[in-house]
Design a protein around this ligand. Sequence first.
Ligand code: IVH
Length: 659
Amino acid sequence: MEITQNNYLKLVEKLNEALFAYHTLNEPILSDLEYDESYRLLLNIEAMHADWKVGYSPTIRVGSEPEKKFETYLHKIKMGSLENIFTQEEFIKELSTWQDTLQAHPEVVIEPKIDGLALNLVYQYGILTHAATRGNGIEGELVTKNAKTIRSIPLKINDNHPYLEIRGEVYFTLKEFKQLNDYQMHHQQKTFVNPRNAASGSLRQLDSSITASRRLSFLAYTLYGHEKINTQKESLAWLKAQGFCIAEEIVSAHSLEEVLKAYESFAEKRAFMSYEIDGLVIKVNRFDYQAELGEVQRSPRWAIAWKFPATEVLSTLLNIDYQVGRLGAITPVAQLVPVFVSGAQIQHATLHNFDELERKNLLIGDKVSVRRAGDVIPEVIKSYEHLRTGQERPYIIPQYCPSCARTLVKKDALLVCINHAHCPEQMIQQIAHFGSRDALDMEGLSVQTVRKLWEADLMRSPADLYALTEEHFLKLEGFAKKSAQKMIQTIQRAKNAPPEKLLWAFGLRHVGLLTAKKIFEVLSWDQFLTADLSTLMAIESIGPIIAQSIVDYKKEPYFFQQLKKLKEYGFKIHETLKKEGSLKGITFVITGSFEDYPRARLQGMIEELGGKIGSSITSKTQYLLCGSDPGSKLVQAQEKRITILSLKEFLQMASNSSI
Ligand code: IVH
């Protein structure tokens, strides 16, 4: 590609389209590799021609220099809030007010009420120019840079209208929320109490690169300023057409019965939705009707929030356990009288950390409210002091590690056991992490299994996994011939893992899988072992904190002892390094499903070996990897006489290539 300003703009469009296809439509049009290559080219062009850079370039999405504080932003159109109702009777009353005032039976739109925080986006001539939080409804905080890091917020839209405001909710899906908290826990940073707090904390970061690293989402629900649009339904259709995400579950209703049916259906669906909702928002569809109904104080009278009953229930705090994490952080965990919360029995709930524990002012024996949201770990919200009987007693903050009895050390909100490699519980967690899916992928090696092996004196460190035999597993409860055999096979298979997986398996603080990948794109394993601070910091995305964490870790005799042992057991640390692109230049297309091999894993294998993934069959496709229930790609491949591989054939090909 010739480097001209015009081609630069085309590249920006192409990458924005690819991001939209990936994040909003869930239908990638570029492979990761193609995207990465184009993105790198874009970065290079912007480095050479800073004056060409446009405000809607995807490179903006990584965030930039930290701010000192947020500017305040005066909303052009005030951001109100909704009045809440909780019962059917209240809704019936509301509906009859609407009907009486309008002298009609208005159609209503029923939307999920997402539990996040409201964001106001301003688009001028199609370009996102301002993003502000609600604040007090009149003035909010200007968080434009941060909002631009959210992939589902378009930086540019096709409508060239001089001024439009779009409002919606910034939130975490439950999956992303769980991942964020897992990450925080792994890195000994504070976990978030719920998805809403996490969303608010992540959007209102002075350092927008932190916002960029958190996978926030945005759902749009309001459009202001478009003369041609006259109803909420039209607004939603317009928002969708412009590339915004809108809630998939939105329905409309013409009667009370239809609304009640929708309420029931949402109440059932709620537990299975990918994000947390705390109720429904019911809006009168026509804007002229909305105007007629008007507003009271800060709330429109044409919409109402019908909240679901709380997912909180009452229980009694029996005791507080102290759990030791992989890196030594102690987490207080509440032991409760078992209760049912949204369909599941709960006996334990997290209390996060010691600052949170203190803030909640709990006594053992207190009546407490417990909350569960989707598959997120249940948590204790608060205690009811007025229900105390005088029998309650204070909890004791532990001084010593419950696993190894070493004196605990206070680090910010955390209490930490620094006896790392010699603390049984930390090692048990560490070994389980070593075999976890993103690390060396030893399916079946759960914390419970590791604990049993530990208790049977069969294991003291990750490398000891390689001394285990089928007989050892057979002696454990829950293992039979077949499962024991499979366990040994998966442990053995991990010997071929690429270096980034091995490094991630050791679980260094601040070193994620992505960082590990970046390291081995540049360094060989041996170079990594001797790399100092400056060598590490020269690598893309490695800053002083990550580099220091690596350097400190490499000072530990434990790390080198483990590597030595692993090598003695035949772990292929060297061979796995320079398998530079044995599938290089080969394009694969995948269709159908594969038992035991998620697609992401197959794609990862192909890309690791230098191959490319195509999204459709073209003249450039060399192989179609075909699983069960293949799609139309199989016929297309047959027509084009493209070689079709079974999983077995593919794995054979990949394993020949990796050595
Ligand atoms: S419409 C006048 N629609 O709930 C405000 N709000 O108290 C009109 N929310 O501040 C807002 N889902 O943060 C609307 N589908 C939805 C919503 C929604 C969540 C939040 C929003 C708003 C609060 C209302």
